[in-house]
Design a protein. Structure first.
Length: 746
């Protein structure tokens, strides 16, 4: 999609303005124009219209192009400025160029305006990139100086011979619970399992090694899973090893939960009384439950995996099933509750009511189908017997209705009265339409009549209505009754109340979908978390290895170190989120109450994020109404700031221009805080989902911004832990307004 440019024209002649617009559109088809002819309007549009380029006539009624240029230099010095005039002397032209004009174009050479605009925009891009590069270098240097002394990843150095700790950083002290003096009086034997200790001793070469799934023991006795990166070095004239630790306990726990949930889902599928199977895009079975194996006469799932219906059934039945599968996959149209017949391994004819649903992948491409079948063989046999055993109708546990050829009721059995609530005088001679709920499609009735009039049997589900107005599901089978001359004299309907079964089926489908959704969310979360962790980790490893290369000079090595520190900081933030979320899930977060000034809290947040906001050109401000009076609360200052950090951090991430406003107000016995931005916004359908764990909504729009998807889930849990609530109001592409409450007294 082409970029849309904002072009501000300073021109008092509408005809000349139109000529300028026409020439500019030749090179920039996607433009929004604003035309002004006086100083006041010009100054206003500079701030509100936010032009990408300014095209100004030199001679204007109230001021000239040179004045317009000088105003622009003060307000928006990076915006390119082009003079367009009917005549200009050389001295004036030189003065305009010295004042900062990119170019000047004479009106009798207006065709040159397009190329001049393109050139000016390109020069602006180069200026911006140069300014951004200078600012990036400055910020990286500042980060390097700070992170050089505050590496966020747990690490230590130990003596290879004695296994005693020689050095340990603050992150390791916090993570393992030992003080520095305790660490330095310990050996690896104090934190490693005995069976893993020897393996560590054997890894003493000079190359970095990554050893997965170790087990460490914290001071509190907790066992944690870690990944270690280490290399040999000389420390204080002793053979030692430098170790970097990555705690993967949460990942291991999540993986185990996923295994258990998959096992539970498979157990459920295998024990359902209906056939369930999954086929790939080639119509080959890849999953089959026990009921399905019984239907096809197979002993184990391996007997049917990789086979199509052509391989499983003979002749017409196999061809019909295979063609049906192909049609579902190719057209992406589901087959629902269709009756099918086949012959089992003993040669007995059987019937199924089958549904085949196309199975899409995450991109919407159909990669197979899911089949669900209900064996109705016994039901079919019962239908045949009903024609011969008319005396059993009265005692039938199913509803039986007999009508004339016009559909008027001639007879109903006692079950009909029990099921519908009607009495005999209310139904005899009436049409069964009295049972219509209005929710069964008209096409169903049309198909029904076409089928039974042709002498065939119609079966299907109907949603009908009782006398008291309540709806109920019925499985209905209707066929014709013929006399000895083969003439249809009546129709008989056999109806079974399947309301409870429908309810159970709906609950099972909902449970299955919920389980699959949970599986997908957790899988996506793990994939994203793996990416978020490995990206900075790979950078740290790669540039750390380059530091030992003597071919690089000190300036280059300094750049490597800056990159290592920056990625280490990113990794710390990820690990902090994981740890916070893990502690919240385990209910191990402790609340430390203190008296907090709401006004000072906002000022602290403003100070913490002002630099980042300035770097993005975003205005970060405190709502003026929050300055009226201070509100003191008793709560956990650190946790409230943590919520603010997540919300303001998100606002900065998803806001490209505009402003971010923070504030508070008194609301009964609560303080309501807010963070409002002018960013990409959130769809109302996702207002609740953004606070769910492992959830990242609208990934097509937000994935480019990065992140692990835990920030808002942590914020929600933290606010609720403090006794408050959190919610969001938003309009896509306009704003997001996050608000949360904290009780004045915990």
């Amino acid at each position: 999609m082409n970029q849309i440019y904002h072009v501000l024209l300073v021109e008092d002649e509408s005809f000349d303005a139109e000529l300028n617009i026409r020439e500019i559109k030749k090179v920039l088809p996607s433009c929004i124009f604003e035309v002004v002819d006086n100083k006041e309007a010009y100054q206003y549009q500079l701030k509100s219209f936010l032009p990408d380029i300014i095209i100004s006539d030199y001679n204007l009624p109230s001021f000239d192009g040179l004045s317009a240029l000088r105003i622009a230099q003060n307000v928006c010095p990076l915006i390119p400025f082009v003079i367009v005039t009917g005549s200009i002397n050389e001295d004036t032209a030189v003065e305009c160029m010295k004042a900062g004009a990119m170019d000047y174009v004479l009106k009798d050479s207006l065709k040159r305006l397009g190329s001049s605009v393109l050139s000016a925009l390109e020069q602006r891009r180069i200026r911006q990139e140069r300014a951004e590069a200078v600012e990036t270098i400055r910020l990286n240097e500042a980060k390097y100086r700070y992170m050089f002394h505050n590496n966020p990843q747990p690490m230590w150095i130990y003596d290879i011979t004695s296994l005693s700790f020689l050095e340990v950083n603050e992150a390791a002290i916090r993570h393992y619970g030992y003080s520095q003096s305790e660490f330095l009086s310990m050996t690896l034997k104090d934190i490693l399992l005995a069976e893993e200790l020897e393996k560590d001793i054997q890894s003493t070469d000079n190359q970095f090694k990554q050893i997965k799934e170790w087990t460490h023991i914290k001071k509190n006795g907790e066992h944690i899973f870690v990944e270690i990166i280490s290399h040999a070095l000389i420390f204080n004239q002793r053979n030692a090893k430098h170790v970097l630790i990555n705690d993967i306990t949460e990942r291991k726990t999540t993986e185990e939960k996923l295994k258990q949930e998959r096992k539970l889902l498979r157990t459920l599928i295998d024990n359902l009384p209906v056939t369930i199977y999954v086929k790939d895009a080639e119509c080959r079975k890849i999953i089959a439950n026990r009921a399905d194996l019984a239907i096809v006469g197979a002993e184990s799932e391996s007997d049917v995996i990789g086979k199509t219906d052509l391989d499983t059934f003979n002749n017409e039945i196999g061809q019909r099933g295979f063609a049906d599968d192909q049609r579902v996959i190719e057209t992406a149209q589901a087959v629902l509750n269709r009756e099918e017949d086949f012959y089992d391994k003993d040669g007995t004819q059987r019937w199924l009511v089958t549904s085949k649903i196309p199975l899409p992948d995450e991109n919407g491409k159909i990669v197979g189908l899911v089949g669900i079948g209900r064996d109705i063989t016994e039901h079919k046999l019962a239908q045949e017997k009903i024609l011969k055993l008319s005396k059993g109708i009265e005692q039938s546990p199913t509803t039986i209705v007999i009508t004339d050829t016009l559909g008027n009721i001639e007879y109903v059995n006692p079950k009909f009265y029990e099921s519908t609530g009607y009495e005999e005088n209310e139904v005899i001679g009436k049409n069964p339409r009295i049972l219509k709920s209005g929710l069964t499609p008209p096409e169903t009735y049309a198909e029904l009549w076409d089928t039974i009039k042709s002498g065939k049997v119609w079966s299907g589900e109907m949603l009908n209505k009782r006398k008291d107005g309540t709806n109920y599901w019925e499985w209905v089978t209707i066929t014709s009754i013929k006399n000895d001359k083969n003439i249809t004299t009546s129709y008989i309907a056999i109806k079974e109340d399947i309301s409870e079964r429908k309810k159970m089926e709906a609950e099972l489908v909902a449970a299955k979908e919920k389980a699959e959704e949970s599986d997908r969310l957790k899988s996506a979360f793990l994939a994203n978390m793996s990416h978020e962790i490995r990206t900075p980790l790979n950078s740290i490893i790669g540039f750390s290895e380059l530091l030992s290369d003597t071919d690089f000079d000190q300036e280059q090595k300094a750049e490597f170190i800056k990159t290592i520190i920056e990625n280490g900081n990113s990794l710390l933030l990820i690990i902090s989120d994981i740890m916070d979320f893990s502690m919240l899930e385990a209910h191990q977060i402790k609340i430390r109450t203190e008296k907090i000034s709401s006004k000072k809290l906002l000022k602290d947040v403003l100070i913490d994020f002002t630099n980042k906001a300035n770097q993005k050109g975003i205005e970060l401000r405190i709502d003026e109404s929050s300055n009226d009076s201070d509100v003191w609360i008793e709560s956990d200052n650190y946790r409230i700031k943590q919520v603010f950090n997540n919300l303001v951090g998100n606002a900065l991430k998803f806001t490209q221009n505009g402003s971010i406003e923070i504030g508070y107000k008194l609301k009964d016995e609560l303080v309501e805080f807010r963070v409002k931005d002018t960013g990409i916004g959130i769809s109302p359908a996702n207002f609740e989902a953004v606070f769910e764990r492992f959830r990242q909504v609208d990934t097509a729009r937000t994935r480019k911004y990065g992140g692990n998807g835990l920030g808002l889930a942590i914020s929600k849990n933290m606010v609720e832990l403090l006794g408050g609530t959190i919610w969001v109001d938003s309009v896509l592409n306009e704003y997001s307004d996050f608000r949360f409450t904290i009780p004045i007294k915990k």
